[in-house]
Design a protein around this ligand. Structure first.
Ligand SMILES: NC(=O)c1ccc[n+]([C@@H]2O[C@H](COP(=O)([O-])OP(=O)(O)OC[C@H]3O[C@@H](n4cnc5c(N)ncnc54)[C@H](OP(=O)(O)O)[C@@H]3O)[C@@H](O)[C@H]2O)c1
Length: 305
């Protein structure tokens, strides 16, 4: 069986599988995390071990993803040398310290507390990557000592590399700072806004981690947006399928981006995981199909920013 292709995650030098795993789907329903679904007994253990058994070596999670960090700690921390572990910071650790309604808090104390909590939950002594969760500007990252806290954690060895999970327009100035080792942005055929930003990040030497690589699932599913899928029809992408499923097509379109290093597709369904692994093993779309898909998407109104 073919191995999953690997790419270097920018200046981190980590050899990551082009298909990573987004562990948000393991968030469960406790605490009312948006879009969370109940997991059956044994399901998280099966999915997480299936991820590693297939050779996927990059897992993304967050303090904000309900049970996700604890499930990783419980079920695969004994296999810690098989995966690079990315989590987030700026997520609110103690709601009593945050302004009402705030979703993130970029202060030194909250960052420190968050990383220390993640280490405990994930049952590990280091995180390979810690990303500011949804940071939108340089000012936000720097103003209350949050960035300095991450740099201090890096010096202490609790964190190997630091990154930002962000989006346009702020991601441009974050890349220009030159301090972040990796950037996480959304991208798929149906969401091409960050196509050039991915290249900008990679050219600056950073790693690129892509979320939304299968457009958040089929139309009508979970957090998938109907409007996004109207583009699929407008662009006539079904004509290009040549026997593969839309999910496979989307995933292979995503990994066809030459500056993408890993896409952290999320699933709580072992069958979907197996399908994604099979698709990723096939690698990028044939060049002619990829170019035609991009031409059709542009004609359908989805040219990159
Ligand atoms: N701001 C941020 O930092 C941020 C925001 C969002 C997400 N993330 C990270 O990025 C990861 C992925 O992002 P995402 O969840 O937005 O997008 P995604 O990976 O494109 O979509 C995940 C959804 O697609 C479905 N899916 C996956 N494979 C499938 C298949 N083969 N067939 C049918 N459906 C399939 C999953 O449902 P099933 O479970 O039913 O398979 C899940 O609901 C998350 O897990 C998280 O780690 C980060």
């Amino acid at each position: 069986m073919l191995d999953l292709p690997k790419r270097k995650l920018g200046r981190t030098g980590l050899d990551v599988t082009v298909l990573g795993f987004g562990a948000m789907e393991l968030r469960g329903t406790a605490g009312g995390v948006r879009g969370g679904r109940q997991l059956a007994p044994g399901q998280a253990e099966k999915v997480l071990n299936g991820v590693l058994d297939a050779g996927i070596n990059f897992i993304d999670t967050s303090i904000d993803y309900g049970d996700s960090e604890e499930l990783i700690g419980s079920f695969i921390s004994h296999r810690r040398n098989e995966y690079f572990l990315a989590s987030k910071c700026g997520c609110i650790v103690d709601p009593a310290t945050a302004p009402p309604g705030a979703r993130h808090l970029y202060t030194r104390k909250n960052v420190m507390d968050g990383v220390n909590q993640s280490l405990k939950r994930l049952k590990t002594d280091h995180l390979d990557l810690v990303q500011f969760h949804n940071v939108s500007s340089r000012q936000e990252a720097e103003k209350e000592g949050a960035l300095q806290a991450l740099l201090d954690l890096k010096r202490e060895g609790k964190v190997r590399f630091i990154g930002a999970s962000s989006s346009l327009p702020g991601v441009g100035e974050l890349i220009a700072m030159g301090v972040f080792d990796a950037f996480q942005v959304p991208y798929s055929a149906l969401e091409r806004e960050h196509e050039a930003a991915i290249t900008q990040a990679a050219r600056a030497g950073a790693g690129t981690v892509i979320r939304g690589g299968v457009a958040r699932g089929e139309p009508g599913h979970g957090l998938a947006e109907e409007n996004r899928w109207k583009l699929w029809d407008r662009a006539g992408l079904s004509d290009l399928l040549d026997g593969v499923t839309p999910m496979e097509f989307l995933l292979r379109f995503t990994i066809s981006h030459p500056d993408l290093h890993t896409t952290i597709v999320g699933t709580m369904n072992p069958e979907h995981l197996a399908q994604n692994i099979t698709a990723a093993r096939k690698g990028p779309l044939p060049a002619a199909v990829y170019n035609e898909a991009k031409r059709r998407l542009a004609a359908g109104g989805a040219a990159p920013a």
